[in-house]
Design a binder for this molecule. Structure first.
Ligand SMILES: [Zn+2]
Length: 449
């Protein structure tokens, strides 16, 4: 047996008060988690944690680019295998022991290419119409015949844990447009590459944050083009057409796909995780009503919402029995796409959060324990409640992850050990009973087994 003693255990169910005790691991499963001070037998490996926190490994249900193959609901070509492996190392160092790859067009054969590293990668599916059609309208260049022949039902049979991500920033005028397609289109037209923030400002001037065509604010467009040094090279009318041509072709089709995903969730018995944002709010509500507990409102703290809109959306989802998911984006680190975590804080304050995940943030996502630390640090939620948002609650929203997410006998021994005052300082990560990461300077080493 592998025994972690003298730890401060947080079960992950959001109810059991944290307690000082031991976690006993037998093979790849948890054998016991209790206040007893197990001393262990001769054959046991015992590590004294000196009061450190022992938490369930985080289940990140909203990740991208964690396996080779097409990305996002736009079917964008994938990143290289080395970059994928780098992304998974980043997840591991953030204490995420399971990540759900929400690039729903991938095939099982692509996801199994990352089995040689410790993070468990679960798959999703958007292999249905009109999702293919929406992808092609935005991009679709990463989709092969094999991707197009796959079906959601076959993916569910092969173990996909969720339908998603249904819609995306790329197909619904969100952040994916700001860091991917709009900068590329402007660069092609002018030779200048805009930052995501500049692209977003231009997009809002043309379509507003609800993506409503036909009433561009040409004064604002002119002002921005001057500010970006593009006024000479890009006339206002051309800029308006460029933004519309980038954002609009996939937009309505992606909304149709979002609504359709609710029926599919009911048919297949797995949840649908949708791109929830101001432009997709209405479609998301329609889907939530149909799917009920099989609905997950992805990043309900999306930057296109006002704080009030985000709260109203979360309330509606809860009324339908669905789950509210928030993402960290890059709110604590780079702050390029999302300057501050204020919507996240507002939703936690209202008690409307079920699950916290990461999303991609152009490859600069912050770990979910950063959000846990922030929420607990300002007293918005108890440590027990905040930890549940990244563990037990996720396993409840995605029942196919029900063998993990809690420090309870019989569950998979996927565990993180962190600093008691700084839960985002990940000191030890255990997956399937094996120590897979021991942070330097933590004083915790991989024990000889
Ligand atoms: Zn999204």
């Amino acid at each position: 047996m592998f025994i972690l003693k003298n730890g401060r255990l947080v079960v992950g169910d959001g109810r059991t008060p944290a307690f000082t005790g031991s976690l006993v691991i037998d093979g790849d499963r948890i054998a016991a988690a209790g206040p007893d001070d197990y001393t262990g037998g001769l054959d046991d490996t015992v590590v004294d944690l000196g009061g450190r926190l022992v938490l369930p490994g985080a289940l990140d249900c909203h990740a991208h680019a964690v396996a080779p193959g097409p990305r996002f609901a736009s079917g964008t070509p994938g990143v290289s295998l080395p970059e994928v492996m780098g992304n998974l190392r980043r997840h591991l160092s953030q204490g995420h022991t399971t990540v759900v790859d929400l690039d729903g067009f991938k095939l099982p054969a692509e996801t199994t290419q990352v089995t040689g590293q410790p993070v468990r990668v679960a798959s999703s599916t958007v292999h249905f119409e009109p999702m293919f059609q929406a992808a092609d309208a935005a991009d679709g260049s990463g989709l092969t015949a094999a991707h197009r022949d796959m079906t959601a039902a076959a993916m569910a049979d092969a173990g996909a844990v969720v339908i998603g991500e249904v819609g995306a920033g790329m197909t619904l005028g969100g952040g994916g447009q700001d860091y991917l397609y709009i900068p590329a289109a402007v660069e092609k037209a002018t030779g200048t590459r805009l930052t995501p923030a500049q692209s977003k400002a231009l997009k809002y001037a043309v379509l507003g944050r609800h993506i409503r065509p036909g009433a561009p604010d040409t004064g604002a467009v002119r002002r921005l083009l001057t500010e970006y040094g593009l006024a000479e090279r890009l006339p206002v009318a051309d800029a308006v057409a460029l933004i519309e041509d980038s954002v609009l072709p996939s937009f309505q089709t992606a909304l149709d796909g979002l609504v359709r995903s609710a029926d599919l969730a009911v048919d297949l018995g797995i949840p649908t995780l949708v791109h929830n944002s101001a432009p997709s709010d209405e479609a998301a509500r329609t889907a939530a009503k149909v799917a009920g507990p099989l609905f997950i409102g992805g990043h309900t703290n999306h930057g296109t919402f006002s704080a009030d809109e985000a709260v109203a959306s979360a309330r509606y989802i809860r009324e339908q029995g669905g789950h509210v998911e928030l993402d960290t984006f890059d709110a604590w680190g780079r702050r390029e796409l999302h300057a501050a975590p204020e919507h996240l804080i507002a939703l936690v304050q209202e008690g409307l959060v079920d699950v916290i995940a990461t999303d991609y943030a152009s490859g600069h996502w912050d770990g979910v324990f950063s959000a846990v630390e922030a929420i607990v640090g300002v007293g918005l939620a108890s440590l027990e409640a905040a930890v549940a948002m990244v563990s037990g609650n996720v396993a409840r929203a995605l029942p196919r992850l029900g063998d993990r997410g809690l420090l309870r006998p019989g569950r998979l021994a996927d565990v993180v050990v962190t600093s008691p005052r700084h839960p985002s300082d990940i000191e030890l990560v255990i997956v399937g009973g094996e120590v897979v990461l021991a942070a330097e300077g933590s004083g915790l080493r991989e024990p000889a087994r």
